[in-house]
Write a protein that binds this ligand. Structure first.
Ligand code: GLC
Ligand code: CA
Length: 548
């Protein structure tokens, strides 16, 4: 081996858990931390090496935990503080890494900081949030709202009344999520203490919520208008997002993380469809965030050319020392099994197999979303059952997020192994629990679950798939995406060096130049089969890995 080994987060495969929906151990219909702990062996069996757990901190749940009222405690609906400690310890016992969700762009309006801050202008914490006067000190007249910034989840002005001080405060998700003032040094220090608190408890890093919203324009200028409705809400977010000062915060948090041993990782959610913006938060590749989500792929439909273009664009914009990561689904966007849906069940299965092979063989750290290993689809939630504030605001537009947050189906019994037989879960199950559940798929050799397990095993045992180079031979032409992963020349000599991946997203056979190797995995032919002819005919919707 030449050179140093890659840090764990470059070779890991992450699995995102939305804790409300994973496993409910006390029969209240809401998943909890003991439920995650109970299922860690499941996660390890699947072949996962790292977890990202969405927020479980104290919260009034106006945004289901993304509105935190105490960063250092566990919400009673999820368990207690000791459960968080046990979760970290039990992960580490199994060799799993675990990252928590760091939501520091805003707090809950029930956070003691905000309760203090809103009381009076003299309160030492007043300046920890963002305020504008409602009344002119000169004329005594009511002023107009400071600018046109919108509250994303309520589709109203982002400026909310505070009677006590006759001011507006800024909140751009729901009114219950006031934005903190990152320009205030004490606020900054308080947030950095939160970061240190969990690093000291032993978390392996953070997924950082809406990093690119931390700092706002110093002059609070109005955003120019745009025609994009989702996700931009008809504005170009020039002044309320992506301010240069945010990069300084990223560097400061990076320095804190580096004070701790064990390669703690920072993974940014950069809320933007523009990959170059996401990439900019990796700084020079070693001074800001280690990873940044590229949201573009989360919006892509079943289109080989567009998928390939997004992937290549992502590689192209990252800093030279940066590192790519990929995700197809998360708790904010429709699941890819639904986005890529085909009405034909056989095609549907093959599409999810292709998607899995793509995600798990590209160069870059993959992030799976719980349930995708089952082919779980979005649920259609009737209006009366909606709970997500966005879904309620925008109904009947399909902007709500409840559909991708439904409980994990562990088996087909009443309660689906998620909760007690008699308990109503906090959200209904997606349709088809009968066929789409862990128990059934684990017992079926041809299931998508087994496909994921096989792919994860292959990725784990081939260095070329983890850290090797990637070179494309098809970028969506005739519906085919194909690429070669190859270990660096100094890679272990006894390991086979190259793996070719062929993904036929079309419903027709496709001839491609054959790599002359051995089939590692395919959804259309036997593992171990030798490929010797000059051309290879891919079956419709074939996903194929060849080693040579
Ligand atoms: C992020 C989260 C989303 C949350 C929002 C506000 O986009 O992923 O779920 O509602 O931030 O915290
Ligand atoms: Ca529970």
């Amino acid at each position: 081996m030449g050179g140093e080994t890659a840090p764990w987060w470059k070779t890991a495969v992450f699995y995102q858990i939305y804790p409300r929906s994973f496993r409910d151990t006390n029969g209240d219909g809401v998943g909890d931390l003991p439920g995650i702990i109970e299922k860690l062996d499941y996660i390890a069996d699947l072949g996962i090496s790292a977890l990202w757990v969405s927020p479980f901190f104290r919260s009034p749940m106006d945004d289901f935990g993304y509105d935190i009222s105490d960063y250092r405690d566990v919400d009673p609906s999820f368990g207690c503080f000791a459960d968080a400690r046990t979760l970290i310890a039990e992960c580490h016992k199994r060799g799993l890494k675990i990252v928590f969700d760091l939501v520091i762009n805003h707090t809950s309006d029930q956070h003691p900081w905000f309760i203090d801050a809103r009381r009076s202008k003299d309160n030492p914490r007043h300046d920890w949030y963002i305020w504008k006067p409602r009344t002119s000190p000169r004329t005594g007249k009511r002023l107009r709202k400071p600018n046109n910034w919108v509250c994303q989840f309520e589709f109203k002005s982002a400026w909310w009344d505070n009677e006590e001080t006759d001011e507006w405060y800024l909140a751009t998700f729901t009114r219950h999520q006031p934005e903190v003032n990152w320009r205030n040094p004490e606020l900054r220090a308080a947030m950095y203490d939160v970061v240190r608190f969990w690093l000291t408890e032993g978390v392996d890093g953070f997924r950082m919520d809406v990093v690119n919203w931390y700092v706002k324009d110093a002059y609070f200028r109005s955003n120019p208008l745009s025609l994009n409705a989702n996700p931009d809400i008809f504005q170009r977010h020039v002044y309320d997002r992506n301010q240069p000062e945010t990069h300084e915060i990223c560097r400061e948090i990076r320095a804190i993380a580096e004070d701790y041993p064990g390669d703690r990782v920072l993974i940014g959610e950069i809320f933007s469809r523009e990959p170059s913006i996401a990439a900019s938060y990796q700084g020079n590749g070693d001074d800001e965030l280690h990873l940044a989500f590229n949201m573009e792929l989360l919006y892509r439909k079943w289109n080989a050319k567009k998928l390939a273009a997004s992937i290549k664009k992502w590689y192209g914009v990252l800093p030279e020392r940066g590192w790519p990561n990929f995700t197809l689904s998360n708790h904010d966007q429709p699941r890819h099994a639904t986005r890529f849906q085909s009405k034909n069940p056989a095609t549907q299965k093959k599409r999810t197999q292709i998607a899995a092979m793509l995600l798990l063989t590209l160069k870059g750290t993959p992030f799976l979303y719980y349930g995708e290993e089952l082919g779980l689809q979005n649920a259609k939630i009737p209006r009366a059952e909606l709970v997500d504030p966005t879904g309620i605001t925008f109904w009947p537009l399909p902007m709500g997020r409840d559909g991708e947050r439904t409980p994990m189906p562990w088996n087909a019994d009443p309660g689906a192994g998620f909760t007690d037989a008699k308990t109503k879960p906090w959200l209904r199950f997606s349709a088809d629990v009968e066929n789409t559940n862990v128990r059934r798929e684990q017992n079926d050799e041809t299931s998508l679950w087994r496909w994921y397990q096989a792919l994860l095993g292959i990725r784990r045992s081939h260095q070329s798939l983890q850290t090797g180079t990637i070179e494309f031979s098809f970028e969506g032409q005739r519906g085919v995406i194909a690429y070669r992963r190859q270990s660096a020349p100094e890679g272990e000599a006894e390991c086979p060096k190259a793996i070719d991946c062929y993904l036929n997203l079309s419903n027709k056979s496709r001839a491609v130049p054959s790599p002359k190797g051995t089939v590692l995995l395919s959804n259309s032919r036997e593992t171990g089969m030798k490929l010797e002819s000059k051309t290879l005919v891919l079956a419709p919707h074939e996903a194929l890995l060849v080693i040579f």
